[in-house]
Design a protein around this ligand. Structure first.
Ligand SMILES: [Ca+2]
Ligand SMILES: [Ca+2]
Length: 218
């Protein structure tokens, strides 16, 4: 017999189960948000010649070889906030490349983004533009790393441009960056989410019933 303040077996079993179902539901919701990652690599276009106006704004810009652009060179890879990311420059092997380079990369986001965090390390300085907005202006003259720059407000659904002007002050050279974009959770639930909701709805009355205070009759 259960006394006042005690919980029955059903409650002890189903309350945690209901909590688990809710956790699953929250997890599924988080998973549906998804993420997109943009990293420096040899698909970026690079030039050592000062580009024409619009290079850091226009998604559609002439980065052909005829215009003096080439694929960026991957010099090596380096860890950036726990992620191994290619280090790039316009040319060279980490030394001996041009002291000034310009880099561009166009990428597509399939839905309205709500967050974007940029990690970047440069030897030595860089000005970084997201869709024409200056999000980093590093002119220290030293090799530095910047983490978790919030650029989400400048991202859009569709085509996006990240454009970087980088400068080397001597010695080694290179730049590596990683942009992680969180996408808004999709409104339509998937089948697992619907199953979790159904289980919760089925179990909830039973949990409520068994968790109600019991009258002890002496
Ligand atoms: Ca610097
Ligand atoms: Ca340097």
């Amino acid at each position: 017999m259960n006394g006042i303040g005690e919980t029955c077996l059903c409650h002890r079993v189903f309350a945690p189960l209901a909590t688990w179902v809710m956790c699953v539901l929250v997890s599924l919701s988080a998973m549906s948000a998804g993420a997109a990652v943009v990293e420096t690599n040899s698909t970026w276009r690079a030039t050592q010649f000062a580009p024409l106006a619009g290079w850091n704004v226009d998604v559609v810009f002439d980065t052909s070889s005829a215009a003096g652009w080439n694929d960026a060179v991957e010099l090596s890879s380096a860890v950036l906030d726990g992620n191994l990311v290619p280090v790039i420059w316009q040319s060279g092997t980490g030394h001996g490349g041009p002291a000034q380079v310009w880099l561009r990369h166009v990428f597509t986001l399939p839905s309205d983004p709500f967050s974007g965090l940029l990690d970047l390390s440069v030897d030595d300085d860089a000005q970084v533009y997201i869709n024409g907005h200056l999000v980093l202006d590093d002119q220290s003259g030293n090799n530095e790393t910047f983490l978790n720059l919030d650029v989400g407000a400048f991202l859009v659904a569709g085509s996006n441009l990240i454009a970087i002007a980088a400068q080397d002050s001597g010695g080694g050279q290179g730049i590596f960056a990683r942009l992680e974009v969180g996408r808004r959770a999709v409104s339509e639930p998937n089948s697992l989410s619907l199953l979790a909701v159904a289980m919760l709805l089925l179990l909830w009355p039973l949990v409520r019933l068994n968790s109600a205070p019991r009258i002890l009759r002496l």
